[in-house]
Design a binder for this molecule. Structure first.
Ligand SMILES: Nc1ncnc2c1ncn2[C@@H]1O[C@H](COP(=O)(O)OP(=O)(O)OP(=O)(O)O)[C@@H](O)[C@H]1O
Length: 310
């Protein structure tokens, strides 16, 4: 098992009467890109603020790199860098001057880390450009340069691609993957853009009303995501009677008098097409649909509401 970079035990946060985070047990392993998912108000930012020391937990504990001791925690917290409340940059200063300012403010001695960080985020050639002339994507990359200046082992990002255009999203995605794969940085990322998160995440935590519903690796999730075969036909009666020759009726359902949905099929599209061809059943369309991270998350949260676990 890889090293645990971060672990929480029964972490809770109360704001007055409201319990915003309830007994959170979360584990992030070295090398993970951990996608932290939840609807608005689920408690994600509150968790990130507790992890980064911006808010004190009401109860429970956090351990970094296997230690909960306060002495170690101060040291270990230095191995983590976070973009929860984005740093404010000076508009009339260049990218380099802005980072230089933060280097001095954070007491980082190595001067070379400023240019090294700008290079890693692809801004070296724009180092002299004033911040006010940066595009949103460039501003976001500069914020990332700020987080990687101390060569952290863990980076926490709250909604890193919010407001970016498709090109900006791709740049941030590639940067995260590069830092993870080349420089072995572990990430904890929140995002509402699940399709995008699914392109980088290696593990997920699903949060609802402050409760962690499930923690799962990408590998485990991929195995759980259901596959469906959708078949569109003209003669639904003939089609269902024929389908029953190779598939139990409990495994498919008929929708709208022309659509058949086969759940988690043990038969292939080719088998169904061949059979329908032999029986002269006209198929308008047939295709496979794999459940997405988004549908999985929606089902998980709907089921939790139904079980009243929240
Ligand atoms: N400082 C605060 N004082 C009182 N209540 C707060 C405070 N911060 C957050 N809350 C409440 O705690 C709950 C969780 O909020 P939080 O911002 O952590 O959710 P979130 O998952 O980050 O939401 P979003 O996706 O909208 O950013 C919300 O009901 C919010 O109103």
């Amino acid at each position: 098992m890889p090293e645990k970079v971060l672990e929480t035990k029964n972490l809770s946060k109360r704001y007055g009467r409201q319990l915003a985070v309830k007994d959170l047990n979360m584990t992030i392993y070295k090398g993970d890109i951990y996608g932290f998912i939840g609807e608005n108000g689920a408690g994600k930012s509150t968790v990130l603020r507790m992890l980064t020391g911006l808010t004190k937990p009401s109860s429970g504990e956090v351990s970094f790199f296997g230690s909960t001791k306060h002495k170690d925690r101060v040291e270990n917290q230095k191995r983590m860098s976070a973009l929860v409340d984005a740093p404010s940059f000076y508009p009339n200063m260049s990218a380099k001057q802005n980072l230089e300012y933060y280097r001095l403010q954070r007491g980082i001695l190595e001067k070379e880390l400023v240019m090294e960080s700008l290079e890693k985020v692809g801004l070296a050639t724009h180092s002299k450009k004033k911040f006010k002339h940066f595009s949103l994507g460039m501003k976001q990359r500069l914020a990332l340069a700020y987080t990687i200046m101390e060569r952290p082992d863990l980076i926490v990002l709250d909604e890193p691609i919010n407001g970016l255009d498709p090109a900006g999203i791709i740049q941030i995605r590639e940067l995260i993957l590069e830092l993870n794969q080349k420089h072995h940085v572990t990430f904890l990322i929140t995002s509402h853009l699940l399709a995008e998160l699914a392109q980088v995440a290696t593990a997920y935590g699903f949060l609802q009303h402050g409760v962690l519903l499930e923690e799962i690796t990408k590998k485990e999730l991929d195995k759980k995501l259901l596959t469906k075969i959708k078949i569109f036909v003209e003669d639904i009666t003939a089609a269902t009677t024929t389908l029953e020759l190779i598939c139990d009726a409990s495994l498919f359902e008929v929708r709208n008098h022309y659509e058949i949905v086969v759940q988690n099929p043990h038969i292939s599209i080719e088998e169904i097409s061949r059979l329908f061809f032999e029986k002269r059943i006209y198929v308008q369309k047939i295709y496979e649909e794999i459940e997405t991270l988004e549908t999985y998350f929606n089902q998980l949260t709907d089921a939790a509401k139904g079980r009243d676990v929240l």
